[in-house]
Design a protein around this ligand. Structure first.
Ligand SMILES: O=c1ccn([C@@H]2O[C@H](COP(=O)(O)O)[C@@H](O)[C@H]2O)c(=O)[nH]1
Length: 287
């Protein structure tokens, strides 16, 4: 029988799009984290109007110059459905202005529920569709399969928590798995398997804190390495070579409050992001 509809067009994978953005703009990611205290410091109300103004200003200042913008979903969710409506607009405006959007939602659940999260962030028809989403593998890496499959289908990416920037993470992530590997290494090895053969870069990234000192694990996953913890949590771009070693060329350094505290002035936000980008370039090279 002749098919009446054609197969979906394969999308350009996230890893390829991210590599191009990193080459053109440098690898910096800036977080959009509308903390109540930042809204107040910006002279805004800690309310929906303030939230929308904060997010819009950040996008206007930065979406045309950084590779990645990373909205922190929690700070939008705290305003309920109307906060999520602001998040939808923020994602759309940031993507339209040229940034890749990494939704920091850190979702993780049993596979069947993970399918619903995948439909939320990784299905092109969803109002929250993002270029990539953060996920937690700590219900077992296999529980992420619906997200990994959805990302492959829509040309989006997933960033999987490996070694997080907070000190409390170590008791789980550095624990020894049944086969003797550190749990984080087990997860990183799964990511490497997902990315095998991808060029120029796989679409499954790892989250590895810039705060860790020497990460002490094998980071050769052939995928991007999101490095939060720069700025307010105390790490600096100069720490990156020590943490990531030979994998530093795949690092996407991430800073939120360290840039956002300079708002609401557009020029000051841009200068702050440019300063971090310069420091990153001095530390690890690149655009
Ligand atoms: O290991 C992790 C994973 C994610 N984050 C998130 O990044 C930002 C950090 O904000 P700063 O203001 O730059 O400290 C925030 O949204 C975290 O939830 C992380 O910090 N560490």
């Amino acid at each position: 029988m002749t098919p009446t509809t054609s197969a979906p067009t394969p999308e350009e994978p996230f890893g390829a799009r991210l590599r191009r953005a990193m080459d053109a703009r440098g690898p910096l990611c800036v977080g959009i984290d509308p903390h109540g205290s930042l809204l107040t410091d910006w002279g805004l109300g800690d309310d929906l109007v303030g939230l929308e103004r904060f997010a819009r200003t950040t996008v206007e200042a930065l979406a045309d110059r950084v590779a990645v913008l990373k909205p922190q979903s929690a700070f939008f969710e705290r305003f309920g459905s109307r906060g999520i409506a602001v998040l939808e607009k923020t994602v759309a405006e940031a993507r339209a202005a040229g940034a890749l959007v990494l939704m920091d939602a850190k979702r993780g659940d049993i596979g069947s529920t993970m399918g619903a999260y995948a439909a939320t962030y990784l299905d092109k028809d969803s109002p929250l569709f993002s270029d990539a989403v953060t996920v937690s593998p700590y219900l077992g890496f296999g529980s992420l399969r619906p997200a990994l499959d959805a990302a492959a289908l829509s040309g989006s990416g997933v960033f999987v928590l490996a070694l997080t920037s907070n000190p409390e993470g170590a008791e789980v992530q550095r624990a020894t798995a049944a086969d003797g590997r550190p749990v984080a290494q087990l997860m990183l090895d799964h990511m490497a398997a997902e990315n095998a053969g991808a060029t120029p870069l796989g679409s499954v990234g790892a989250v590895v804190g810039a705060t860790l000192g020497d990460a002490g694990v094998d980071l050769a996953i052939n995928g991007p390495l999101l490095a939060p913890g720069i700025g307010a949590q105390g790490a600096t771009p100069a720490d990156l070579p020590g943490v990531f070693g030979a994998a530093v060329g795949n690092v996407v350094p991430s800073v939120s409050r360290g840039v956002l505290r300079h708002g609401p002035d557009l020029g000051a936000l841009r200068e702050a992001a440019d300063r971090f980008a310069d420091e990153v370039r001095a530390a690890i090279g690149g655009a």
